[in-house]
Design a protein around this ligand. Sequence first.
Ligand code: UGA
Length: 459
Amino acid sequence: MEERYMKVCVVGTGYVGLTTGVSLAFLGHQVTCVDLDQQKVDMLNGGRCPIYEPGMDDLLAEAAPNLTFTTSYTDAVPGADVVFVAVQTPSAPDGSPDLRYLRSAAESVAQNLDHSFTVVVNKSTVPIGSGNWVDAILRESFAQRAERPAGCEFSVASNPEFLREGNAIHDTLFPDRIVIGSDNPRSLEVLNQLYRPIINQTFTAPSFSPRPDDIGAVPLVSTDLASAELIKYAANAFLALKISYANEIGQLAAKVGADITEVTRGMGLDQRIGSRFLQAGVGWGGSCFGKDTRALIATAAEYNYSMPIVQAAREVNERQRLIAVERLQDELRILKGRKIGLLGIAFKPNTDDLRDSPSLDIANLLLARGARVRLHDPIAGERFRREQPALAPYLSESLDDLFDDCDAVVLVTEWAQYLELDWSKFVGLMRTPILLDGRHVLDADRMARLGYKYLAIAG
Ligand code: UGA
């Protein structure tokens, strides 16, 4: 199939929307991104990226000739072959996703459609059935327009996103697969065309994100709407439960005197299991696994169905955060008045995202038990101060401040900076050199040689 460049609109410039827009512009498509936040739009038009994501500034610069940011749907939707909707879908109190932003985006899109055929794509992780729901909103809003352009046709598709924060560009340009759900063959054809350069890997890879040696043609899974929507939830929940399984085995390993790192290595070499997402530790955080497992359970409940495996994965994950605190309590006996330093606030390395970060829960649990907490992060400090005002006074700007007179330090986020730390320098600053490795990433023997009392979550 010959490659053809298209006119694309992306609604929402969060992680998913921004990466989608910038990547498609980098591939040669004409992209306009809409966001209602004027400050964000100004920043992006000035070439500055509002989120911390490795390589995004560079990709933004390379894509600039094909890329515009605006607050106006009228500047973005008319004439688009494809409109991606990538707005946030936060959890409502009962665990179901709050679809307010999705509704209002769909209404605004419908008010501005004027092309002969536009594919409206749900890119956000939306509940199963949302494709039909968005289709109904589009039709309703379109019907209410005073003037309806002749020949305007549209169809809704689902194209779930599988990128990881911190690896967003790599995951978008070199994905394991592309999933497209639609009940309309014409939409499938348009999206197939849009993604041709990725499917065939015909573009020149950016210097800061080289093409992996072993990548071939990227598989395209084209399916119906509901299946595409379920694939996203099923994949995230599976990854979440894989980690929780490693953590559950980790606690048993500690009891029977086994080494969880060896156990997961031995398991992961079985290709049916695979080695990734078996790293035991304080557990998963971020904006996706917690929200998506909750949403899956909420959807099942609507059908009077329960999902005990997914529920168990959530419970094990919550327990891991408590186990970190209990490990410290077992060691120090009394937590009241102790100074505990937490290394890492972001939910994982290479991002400044704090959503559902284990560090925040561990800090709150320790504070509730009377400990004096300090937190440090190489990148997320500023965002932490802004988003977590109640915990902000406990931020340490420097590692000296964190380690000074500390009773125990916990490695919560495995930033490269911490792995490469001059650990020998800091041990002397501590009151008692207890080191809890919350990710099983440090060399226990080396740490012991340096004078630390090394503890692991499972060990
Ligand atoms: C996750 C999925 O990996 C993406 O495929 C998906 O697109 C995304 O959610 C989404 O739905 O938007 P993300 O939340 O960015 O991506 O981060 P991950 O790299 O998956 O890490 C999630 C959490 O699991 C982190 O807290 C990480 O520290 C933890 N983790 C990961 C472990 O505890 N052990 C592991 O072995 C791997």
